[in-house]
Design a protein around this ligand. Sequence first.
Ligand code: ADP
Ligand code: MG
Length: 735
Amino acid sequence: MKSDKENILESSVQYIKSVGPKRAESFSKIGINTIRDLIFYFPSRHLDRTTVLTAAKAYGYAMNGYDGEATIIAKVVDKEKRNLGRKEILKVQFRDSSGFIECVWFQGVKYFHSVFNEGDYFAISGKPEINYNKLQIVHPDFDKITEEETQSFLNTGKIIPFYRIPKELKQKNIGDLSLRRIINTAVESYVDNLEETLPQEIIAQHKLIDLITAVKNYHYPQSKELFEQAKRRFKFEEMFYLELLVAIKKNNYQTKLIGNKMEIKTNLVSVFIKTLPFELTHSQLNVLSEIKKDMLSEKPMNRLLQGDVGSGKTIVALISMLIAIDNGFQAALMAPTEILADQHAKNISAMMSKLALSHKGKEIKVSLLLGGQKKSVRNQKLSDIELQEADIIIGTHAIFEEQVKFNNLGLIVIDEQHRFGVKQRALLQSKGTTPDVLVMSATPIPRTLSMTIYGDLDFSVINEMPKNRIPIKTVLRGEKKLPEIYNFIIDKAKEGYQTFLVYPLVEDSEKLDLKAAITFYEDLKENHLKNLKLGLIHGRMSWQEKEEVMLMFKDKLFDVLVSTTVIEVGIDIPDANIILINDAHRFGLSQLHQLRGRVGRSNKQAYCILITKDEIAAKQNANELELDYLSSVQLEKYKSSVRLQSMVKYLDGFKIAEIDLKLRGPGDIFGTKQSGFPELKYTNIIEDTELILEAKQSAFKLIENDPKLENNFSALIRKNLIKHYSENLSYAKIA
Ligand code: ADP
Ligand code: MG
C-alpha cells in the first residue's frame, strides 16, 4: 500500500505552478507525466564557480593560446545583425564586471537575434578566441539565468542546475528559466513526500546519503561533495536493483534446476586431443578444466567463454561436446549465420572422421540443420535428432524451433553469443532436461560490463593466442594509395597470399549493397586486378551460394574475394592473410576488429589495410589523438578517426572493446537492449567499476541469505522491485 504522501507524487505535472494542461501535454511527450517524474528529471550539468571565468581571465587565457572551453556569465549590452557578403551574421556584445565579450553567429541569425535581449543574463560557453584584439566566442552554448541567480551565484557561490530542454518543451515556450523554475517548485514542494527506496541498513553499510537529501542535492547541490554523494547514491541504487535481478536469476538457475552429472567414461576425449595437429594452449586447457568441472558436477553449467577472434574457441567447444557424447548425450552448437554453421559442420565432421579412425567403435555423427533445406532432407534430419542418430547437431537458431525434438540433449553451445538475446538463451534451455550451457563470445566485453549484463553466468577467458601466430600489421591509408595497395596484393598473391576485399554495406540496403559490390568487382576484374582470380560474395546470395564461394576461396580458386560484410563472423580461411577494408570509417570498431580477425590465422605475416576518406584519420597522427585526453566534444568530432587509429595501435580485443565502449558512451552499450536490462540512467559502466562491484556484492549477499525476499528486511526491496522492475523480473524468471 502506498501512503497518501507517496500518492501525491503520482499526480499529474499540470498541478505544478505555471504548468497547466497544455504544457503538461508537452511534458508527457518527453516521458514526464507525474510530479515524481519531474522531481527525477535531473540537470545535465551545473554551473559552479570552478567552471566559470571572468571575461578578463578568459581574454588572458586566449591570448596565451589556451585551447579549451570556458564559461562566462555576462549581461547582454548590445546586438547587431550585419551583412557579410550575401550572408547575414549576428554579433552580440556581453559584459561582466571585468570586461566585454562578443559572441558571433553565422547560422540561425534570425532565431538567435530573438533570444538575446539587452539586459538579460546568460552563461555562455565555448572556445574563447581573440579576434582583432577582442575576446570572441563563435556559436557558443548558452543558458539563460536571472539577474538574481547571477548575483547569488557570484556572491554566495550557489550552484545553478541546467536541464536539457527537448524540442517538445521549447515549442511550448519552456526555456532554461521556466524549466528551472518549474522543477524547483516541484522539488521544494514535494521532495519530502518521497519515501526511502533503500533499507536503512544498506544505506548505513555503504555510507550513502538518504533519498531526499540526494534528490535535493542533485538539483541544487549545497556543495560539490554533496553533489558527488547524490550521484553516488543513485548509481548505487541503480546497480543494486539491477544486480538483485541478476542474483535472482542466477539463484533460480542454480537451486531450482538439477543438471546432469557427467563423468569421463572412456578415453574418447584424450584420443581426440591426440588427433589434433597442434598443442592446445595453456589458456585453452585452463578453460577446459573449468568447463569439465561444471559438467561433472550436478549443477547445470551456465558459462560464458570469452576469447578474442582466432583464440581457438571452437576446439574448446568441441571437446566439451565430446564429454557430453561420452556420457550418452547429444550436443547442440548454435551459430549466428548459416555460413558459419556450415563451416563448423564441415570442420567438425572432418575431425570426427579422423577420430573414428583412431577410436574404433565410436562413430560420432554430425548433423547440420538449416532453414531452407529440402523437406525430405529436413524430415530425415529431424528424425535423426529425435532418435539420437545424430550426436552433434549444428545449425542456426533453426535448431531451436518447435519441431526439433532432441532425444537426450546434454550440452548446448552458443557461438558468438552477443548476437543472440537472453530470450533465445532461455528458450533453448527449455529444450532438454536442464542441459549444460556454454556461450561463447569473440567480442571481448570489459569485465564490469560482462559482470553486469551476464552476471548470472560464470566466466572463462582464453587470454592467449596459439603460439604460431605473428601479430597482424595494420595500416591506415587514404584512397589515393589504392593503386599501390593493389600492386602489393598482386605481389603477395605470387607468394600464395589470399585477400579479402571488403566494402561496407551501402545505407543498409541490400539491393544497393549488391550493386556496389558487383560494380567494384567488375571494375577490379577489368582493371587493377585483371591478372588475379576474383570471387564475389554478398548478402543477397543464398547460404548455399555463399558456401560455394567460400569453399572455392578456401580451395584457392580465387586470389581475392570481394565481399560485403558477410565474411564478418567466425569464418576461418588460413591462407587469407590480407584484408583490405574500404571506407573503413563507416564501420564500427568492434566490427573492424572482427573483420581483422579473419586474417592472421596461420604462421605467415598478415596485413589489415584500412582505407578511409576521413582526412583527419588519414593524416595518421595517431599520437595526437590520445584518447584519454580528449574531451567529450572532441571525442564526438573525432570518433571515426579514433576508431581507425585505435585499430592501428591495438591488436588486443579487450583494449579495443574498452575504447569502443568509451566512444559509444554508456547509454549505448551493445546488447543491453536485447539483454533484457533497463538502460542505465546514472551509472557509467566504465568509470564506476568499484561502485558496481560494491552494489553487486551487496545484492548477491542479500539474495544468498534471503532468496525469496521474504524477510522483513527485504520487504522494501521487494516492493520496489515489483514496482519499478516488473518487466525485468519476468526475464529473471524465465532464464
Ligand atoms: P575463434 O576463437 O575465433 O572461434 P577458431 O576456433 O576458429 O577461433 O580458431 C582459429 C584457428 O586456430 C583455427 O584454424 C583452429 O584450428 C586454430 N587453432 C585452435 N587452437 C589452436 C592451437 N592451440 N594451436 C594452433 N592453432 C589452433
Ligand atoms: Mg569462432
